[in-house]
Design a protein around this ligand. Structure first.
Ligand code: BES
Ligand code: ZN
Ligand code: ZN
Length: 484
């Protein structure tokens, strides 16, 4: 799909179909040419409501306001409505919030995100035929826009939305086709046409690095684990950020085997790692002037005669001992080692980890929202704010010392599960905090994406399945940091 910005009025642009957004139910706006027909059709312009007039080649879509989040999902709804039609080109006007071009960016993101389909395993592909979208700078409130800043937003939107779709593709791929080695090769491929560099740690190197908890989780799988380290190191970078992702290419639960219904969708346990790969891709394409390191712990959690067991005591890379009481709480074990390794390799100004870590987070905040944890309220607030600006939902979950006591162990330094069924997202976050060195304590946030990473229905601009959670929020945050 390619985009073209033009100063030509929409009416003078040649295209197969026109998209008109109805803002805040205002059907009287001069952009609306089919007022009577819309009324006849019972269209009121509610958010994401669509009405397609095939004879006129006009598609109307409702948006509750000119804010980015409303425009983004409306644009995605338009693309979903056009699926299976034979239209190949679209024309649309510009909608900004009082001249602020973020809404333009959101509209482009919505088009690309809404157009996404995952058809790798379908024998008949029903891909959208839309190839070209012309955007007229004729603005909804007659604001005059600077074409350069507008085209910059279009460019950024394309990079970020494509990277989100890239992450979605990885997550949606089956565990048979996407195992740790494959994740590593995808990371390697990212270095082909970019300045990214990549190091892959194989089992021998992981042993040397004393990443025994990660190796224990990986042991029963026929697929060897990998740790991926991607780097974006522009000259004169003033800031360094480290990202760590949980890349469980499958989580069967291990010997604490998941019940059948809970195991389905666990190919999505690589969503954190996939988000990190997507972020690194977007970052290098945008060439943001900050140094960023992306680490992924790529492992498969299976059962077998050599599986690690409940009752085992493992020694993490930082020498802390962990009593295993549930092999399904494996993500924190993998992250413990990868967090230690990442901090050994890079002294960062900010450290963020992304993980589908707990079902408890989904129970607590619902399936559309990520939980943001850490020791520093400002960093948590920054993540929540930037997520919202980017079109993702996130909320802060606060640690407290009483919950911290629930992961004590009688026989080791710490236990991999809590002794209470309450507050599971927070106790998992507090477990991870044991592997953050003093230097990074106030610089770290843990983002539990277990809910939004994979949802079995379409929502907003997201499709059935993988959403690419984390990519947009972190790109927005990194963009903000790079301007400071
Ligand atoms: N990968 C799961 C968490 C998860 C659940 C992700 C639902 C996405 C959707 C994680 O490894 C896990 O199994 N966690 C356990 C922890 C428990 C054993 C303390 C959980 O949430 O039940
Ligand atoms: Zn698990
Ligand atoms: Zn898991």
């Amino acid at each position: 799909m390619n985009f073209e910005l033009t100063i030509t009025k929409v009416i003078d642009i040649e295209a197969d179909v026109e998209i008109i957004l109805i803002i805040n139910n205002d059907l009287k706006h001069p952009f609306v040419q089919d007022k009577k027909l819309l009324k006849k059709a019972g269209f009121t312009g509610e958010q994401d409501e669509t009405c397609l007039f095939l004879e006129h080649n006009r598609l109307y879509v409702g948006a509750s306001s000119l804010e980015s989040s409303a425009i983004r999902t409306a644009a995605a709804s338009a693309m979903k409505r056009l699926k299976n039609t034979s239209y190949e080109s679209i024309k649309v006007s510009t909608y900004t919030n009082q001249g602020c071009t973020y809404s333009l960016r959101a509209m482009i993101e919505g088009f690309i995100l809404g157009d996404y389909t995952f058809e790798t395993y379908k024998s008949k592909k029903a891909k959208n035929k839309i190839k070209h979208i012309s955007i007229s700078l004729d603005e909804y409130s007659a604001k005059v826009l600077d074409i350069e800043s507008a085209s910059m937003q279009v460019h950024k939107a394309q990079i970020i939305a494509d990277a989100t779709n890239f992450a979605r593709d990885i997550v949606n791929t089956t565990p048979e086709d996407c195992y740790p080695e494959v994740l590593a090769s995808i990371a390697k491929e990212l270095t082909q046409n970019s300045k990214l560099t990549c190091t892959i740690l194989k089992p021998k190197a992981l042993k040397k690095e004393k990443m025994e908890t990660l190796l224990a989780v990986a042991r029963a799988s026929r697929h060897e684990p990998r740790v991926i380290h991607l780097s974006h190191t522009p000259k004169n970078a003033k800031l360094t950020v480290t990202l760590v992702g949980k890349g469980l290419t499958y989580d069967a639960g291990g010997l604490s085997l998941k019940p059948a219904d809970y195991m389905v969708t666990m190919k999505s346990d690589k969503s954190g790692g996939s988000a990190v790969l997507g972020i690194m891709k977007a970052l290098s394409e945008m060439n943001l002037p900050i140094e960023v390191h992306g680490f992924v712990g790529a492992v498969e959690n299976m059962i077998g005669g050599d599986a690690y067991k409940p009752d085992d005591v493992l020694v993490a890379k930082n020498a802390k001992t962990i009593e295993v009481r549930n092999t399904d709480a494996e993500g924190r074990l993998v992250l413990a080692d990868v967090l230690c390794y990442a901090q050994q390799e890079v002294k960062a100004d900010y450290l963020f980890d992304f993980a589908t870590l707990t079902g408890a987070c989904v129970v607590g905040v619902g399936q559309y929202t990520s939980g943001v944890m850490g020791n520093n309220d400002e960093i948590k607030a920054m993540v929540v704010k930037e997520a919202k600006n980017a079109g993702e939902l996130a909320t802060a979950l606060d640690f407290n010392p009483y919950l911290k006591k629930t992961i004590r162990s009688e026989i080791a330094d710490i236990c991999n599960i809590s002794n209470t069924r309450y507050g599971g997202a927070i106790t998992a976050g507090q477990f991870l905090s044991e592997f953050i060195d003093e230097k990074h304590t106030e610089k770290w946030a843990h983002i539990d994406i277990a809910g939004p990473a994979f949802v079995e229905h379409a929502w907003g601009e997201n499709p059935y399945g993988a959403s690419g959670a984390g990519v947009r929020m972190m790109m927005k945050l990194l963009e903000t940091l790079s301007k400071q």
